[in-house]
Design a protein around this ligand. Structure first.
Ligand code: ZN
Length: 368
């Protein structure tokens, strides 16, 4: 069985009141529609993802993603996508509205497993509201227990849907309508409350974001004849930080904070100091596997707060440069990073300018 995921992103979103169609607004570091694309990829259920859009989409390098132009109405966009994959021998097709970024991969898998038995599988919700139904000017009571509110993604046997879709030329709001109108069986499964459709700007506030926090600490001894690196930049000073790497305490503490927030152990586990291949490694290079983990697991950096603990150099003199450097290295905005300098009243090793320490708290967010 091979599956294709069709993402309908051609809607105009009149109720959203923005120049940018809602499916393209930047939400949690990426366009809204990309949340659905990334989940489809992560589920590993699909050989191809077709995005139907009337707005040009650039920068898609993944070969398993195709972008095609949509129609005026939703059903026409869906029809175009089904025709586009006509000769690709897909057994099943999933159709999803880009304005619903909140479905879970678990739901995709549940839909998929039901496809073994059924030709149409559709998620639905019930309602707690009392319901009425208006026919012309008469309003009648409706038993809410008999009411099904359908969502997407919906999935279907490709051939059956293709035939039904090509026969249709009326406005419909989902593909389940075609099956029901033609007296074909639909398997309804429980949908997800969180998988609501983003129609207005206030809907965006309903999106659940989970927060994760991590703490990092590092200290290195200062030694002569070594360059001092802090936050990825070279700082003129009488000594540099001793260590296996360039001893950049800021970056090391940030790495530990990030690993902590992701619950992925610590910098020492990732870069054992007895491994010669890490000898003299520049700390900015140590960040790349961490940033990859952040991206792969769907996290994004919310903010980073840094205490650099040293008598000298004066943090105020280098603050802006260090923040610019870190924002480039971590690919975040400068206003997401704060750097504070803290002296130690000339106490101990740090007070005698024989060591520099750093502590960091980071917060990561992840789309629930
Ligand atoms: Zn270190």
């Amino acid at each position: 069985m091979t599956n294709c995921f069709i993402l309908l992103a051609a809607g105009k979103g009149k109720r959203f009141k923005s120049n940018n169609p809602k499916q393209f607004i930047n939400y949690i570091n990426k366009p809204l529609f990309m949340h659905s694309v990334d989940k489809a990829i992560k589920s590993k259920l699909f050989k191809l993802i077709v995005i139907v859009s009337n707005t040009p989409i650039k920068n898609i390098k993944d070969k398993s993603i195709k972008v095609i132009k949509g129609g005026r109405e939703r059903y026409q966009s869906s029809q175009k996508a089904l025709n586009f994959i006509k000769n690709m021998k897909f057994t099943n097709v999933f159709i999803h509205d880009a304005a619903r970024p909140n479905f879970s991969i678990k739901l995709l898998k549940k839909l998929n497993s039901n496809l073994k038995k059924y030709k149409a599988v559709v998620p639905y919700l019930t309602t707690n509201n009392s319901t009425k139904y208006k026919i012309k000017n008469k309003i009648q009571n409706l038993n809410r227990e008999n009411l099904l509110l359908t969502q997407t993604p919906q999935c279907f046997n490709y051939k059956t849907l293709f035939n039904l879709s090509n026969l249709n030329n009326t406005k419909i709001t989902d593909e389940a309508t075609l099956f029901l109108d033609n007296n074909k069986k639909v398997k309804f499964i429980k949908g997800e409350e969180n998988n609501f459709k983003i129609t207005t700007k206030t809907d965006l506030k309903k999106i659940i974001v989970k927060n994760f926090y991590g703490i990092g600490f590092d200290i290195h001894r200062l030694i002569k004849n070594k360059k001092l690196y802090l936050g990825g930049i070279k700082i003129p000073f009488h000594s540099g930080l001793q260590g296996h790497s360039d001893g950049d305490v800021i970056i090391h503490a940030i790495i530990d904070g990030l690993l902590g927030a992701m619950r992925k152990k610590d910098i020492g586990t990732l870069y054992p100091s007895n491994k010669s291949r890490f000898k003299n490694i520049r700390s900015p290079n140590m960040l790349s596997p961490i940033l990859k983990k952040i991206k792969d697991e769907g996290y994004f950096i919310n903010n980073i707060d840094i205490n650099l603990i040293c008598e000298r150099p004066k943090v105020s003199k280098y603050r802006d440069k260090i923040i610019v450097s870190l924002s480039n290295l971590l690919n975040v905005n400068e206003n997401q990073i704060n750097l504070k300098g803290k002296t130690v009243e000339k106490l101990g090793l740090i007070g005698k300018e024989e060591a520099i320490a750093c502590e960091v708290i980071v917060s990561l967010n992840r789309y629930a």
